[in-house]
Design a protein around this ligand. Structure first.
Ligand code: SF4
Ligand code: SF4
Length: 346
């Protein structure tokens, strides 16, 4: 349920016109068709934008935490240069689950000393959210973890109303963007409230998990629950679930020298705790050597270890891992077994 009130309306025509102008100063990422698929990608014109609510294979993390990123360059005579690359970017049409995923990722990379590579990119980004009135598909379960609304982590939020949008301004960065690029008009009624009433009706069929706030405690108490063996036995340890997850951020760091040994670079690459050698240490010991142990670790990161820290489930229910998994393993099934919402099939 939302308590926001509508101040401004922007027509679809004026929104796209403003974004076309913004393309002169920003790189713009939006939902767009590439062949048969809809995905987040850089666009050159707003004609490429897909405004309908579709689930993408990959989330937004690739724009802040690339799959393969040079973080240091160095030479044989001992000179080091830290590489931090960031460009002003607009992320347009981001659904609430992905706004929440990005918020968790930002908190993780801002923790402790902060990660300069991630934070430089995030600081230069304007996030324009696009509300969705209903679940994307049968695999999404955002309302089960209360991420079907975003309360922070965006600069502007658009609430679709036919050929126009109610516009919520959440930050000063958002206000500046509106002043510079969007022709708006004053709202006549409370369009956001109307949108949310309709949305609440659609999501009422998928209420939050029973005892969601107690998940860390419940997962701690159920380390030996039979669901772990049942689901772990089917896991292929392919790591696909990690690659597509908006809140998974494990990485490996490697050094690469040129063949002439004059220059080298330090790269970080995505890694995956579902892979067998993720915990391999010198001497060859592997600490989580079964798929069951690895699945237990991954799901407990979402609903136990990190949940208390982020004050929300670290799974945003986007359903990407469920769509990607050949073995049909879902965090939802595991959560429902652990909280007793659905007994496991024998
Ligand atoms: S665990 Fe699965 S459903 Fe949850 S956020 Fe990650 S990809 Fe989405
Ligand atoms: S849970 Fe599914 S996607 Fe993840 S590693 Fe196992 S088989 Fe692969």
């Amino acid at each position: 349920m939302s308590t926001k009130t509508t101040e401004l309306i922007v027509s679809k025509t004026n929104l796209l016109k403003g974004l076309d102008q913004a393309l002169q100063n920003y790189k713009v990422v939006a939902l767009t068709h590439r062949g048969e698929r809809v995905l987040y990608d850089y666009i050159n014109s707003t004609d490429e934008i897909e405004l309908h609510c579709n689930a993408t294979v990959l989330p937004l993390k690739k724009y802040f935490f690339p799959q393969d990123e040079t973080i240091v360059e160095y030479t044989a005579d001992g000179k080091f240069t830290a590489k931090v690359e960031a460009k002003p970017t607009v992320l347009f049409g981001i659904h609430p689950c992905d706004v929440n995923g990005l918020k968790i990722l930002t908190e993780a990379f801002a923790d402790d000393h902060g990660d300069p590579n991630y934070l430089a990119k995030r600081d230069l980004a304007v996030v324009i959210g696009l509300e969705c009135a209903k679940l994307c598909d049968k695999h999404a379960f955002c309302s089960k973890v209360n991420t079907h609304y975003a309360t922070s982590g965006y600069d502007l939020m658009l609430y679709p109303q036919g050929d126009q949008f109610a516009l919520e301004i959440a930050t000063d960065k958002g206000r500046e963007f509106v002043a510079k690029y969007l022709a708006t008009e004053k709202a006549k009624g409370d369009e956001i409230a109307l949108f949310c009433q309709e949305k609440d009706k659609n999501f009422a069929v998928e209420p939050p998990f029973k005892d969601l706030e107690r998940f860390p405690e419940l997962f701690e108490a159920n380390k030996l629950h039979p669901i772990w063996d049942q689901e772990g036995a089917r896991c292929l340890s392919c790591g696909s679930c990690i690659m597509v997850c908006p809140t998974c951020f494990c990485f490996d760091v490697k050094d690469e020298w040129q063949l002439n040994l004059e220059k080298g670079r330090r790269i970080r690459k995505w890694d995956a705790c579902m892979l067998n050698d993720f915990t391999k240490v010198a001497g060859g010991e592997i600490f989580r050597h079964t798929a069951t142990k690895r699945l237990h670790h991954r799901i407990n990161r979402k609903f136990d270890y990190l949940m208390s820290k982020h004050k929300m489930a670290v799974c945003v229910g986007c359903g990407r891992c469920v769509r990607a998994c050949l073995a049909d393993i879902s965090p939802r099934t595991i959560a429902e077994a652990i909280n007793g919402e659905k007994p496991i099939k024998k």
